[in-house]
Design a protein around this ligand. Sequence first.
Ligand SMILES: Cc1cc2nc3c(=O)[nH]c(=O)nc-3n(C[C@H](O)[C@H](O)[C@H](O)COP(=O)(O)OP(=O)(O)OC[C@H]3O[C@@H](n4cnc5c(N)ncnc54)[C@H](O)[C@@H]3O)c2cc1C
Length: 474
Amino acid sequence: MKRVAIIGGGISGLSAAFTLEEKRKSGAPVEYVVFESSPRLGGVLVTDHVDGCIIEAGPDSFLTEKPWAADLCRKIGLGAQLIGSNDVDRKTYIVVKNKLVVLPDGLMFMVPTKIMPTVFSSLFSVRTKLRMAAEWFHPPRKATEDETVAAMVQRHYGSEMVDLLADPLLSGVYGGEAAHLSVRAVLPRFAEMEAKYGSLGRAMLAARTKMAAVAKGPAKPLFSSLKDGMQQMIDALVARLDAKALKTSSSVQAVSRQHQNQSQNNGNGWAVQSGHESDHFDAVIIATPTPAAAAMLESADPSLARDLADINYGSSVTVSLGYDEKVRRSLPPGFGFLVPRSEGRRMLAATFVHNKFPHRAPENRAIVRCFLGGARDEQILQSSDAEILQIVRDELRGIISLTAEPLFARVYKWKSAMAQYSVGHLERLQRIESLRRKLPGLALAGNGYSGIGVPDCVRSGADAVGNVLAQIGI
Ligand SMILES: Cc1cc2nc3c(=O)[nH]c(=O)nc-3n(C[C@H](O)[C@H](O)[C@H](O)COP(=O)(O)OP(=O)(O)OC[C@H]3O[C@@H](n4cnc5c(N)ncnc54)[C@H](O)[C@@H]3O)c2cc1C
């Protein structure tokens, strides 16, 4: 029987554990142990139920376009629980001088693909509109080096686009800044489109026409989630795993290679050190944020540990506020708003949850979920919940004139939870991969590598299993 240690019980580690459980049930000679440092499994996937409302502390959904999370949900019996975002109400605003300005129709991520809505939008200055028109004629350009998202967007559309769209969109997804994040790692399609078409606008239009030609049936919702909240995924996964194999409140300090001559009885493999105990495994999947992985691997391979430690993480704070029916009627339609840095506020974005996922609030309730923190405001973690609440309420008053007392409020702090793929991330990944290959039986999973979203993390966990099983001959 081969033994695999999975370190980290977030969605990446649980996806790995479920993949191993499936193999075990189908007769593969393998068993696993999940080590999770906190008392609960699930990592940042946490759902609370308050006053009839479903409150997401971490992720509230995942991109439908990336199939791995929904596929996993179907495998664990949650197919009927999958819901889509309410895209008929999909409207996003940008805060400009304390007012909400709607994003014009036809913007794909930040690339305009429809002329008239963009021309008539009050969001952009005439100068930026002229840049957009000129962008249509950009010649193909194959970049020799990685660059920041800000540099690329600036080249195509100018600095206003960076401030109004690139930065707020990226802080929504990564908690990061356009001036630091790598185009190749974060928006690889943009780099490919620029190389092939030059103009991002023409490239997006071509992609949309192609997609429309092959698409069958009604358009899929942009986001998917689960009726009763994202934690359903964690609960269903945990219910399908071997309870004896799940070690919570078990932090791993180190993993080290064991060679034949050191452990005569166990053969080659890995020692996993957790507290005062050391256990032997044939393979190890580390599914923690990369700084934790770096600390564990320090003695096994200092170079690998250094590269892992160099991947930075940003922190995030979400605040969910519940309101009554009267407030619900007074709030704008749409999914919510993004706050550009030039507005000088601490809030990065807010979601009108009752519009985006109507299942999450009874009809007489509104939920406004606000995001703070990110790379530009780590200090927010030092503030108390009461101070954060005050900031959010002051800013909501300034932006959408929301003065009502909330029926409930919840503040969730996520320290160093969001990986920041900075310029050179892909080269760093290549180095990490070549060093990892020199350590047989080791695999890495999680949001620090090739995608921060829940679907990417699910895929990373499953891929890590394929990787280690091939290495230990199963
Ligand atoms: C506020 C917020 C909102 C988000 N919104 C979305 C969204 O809407 N859609 C989307 O797709 N993605 C979203 N994301 C991103 C996504 O949720 C995460 O990238 C993903 O869930 C990370 O999963 P993970 O298992 O890799 O890491 P984590 O969830 O961080 O889990 C890692 C686990 O490892 C454990 N651990 C750490 N060190 C050790 C150790 N030494 N020993 C044992 N265990 C250890 C930790 O306790 C933790 O439980 C959001 C993230 C945040 C924080």
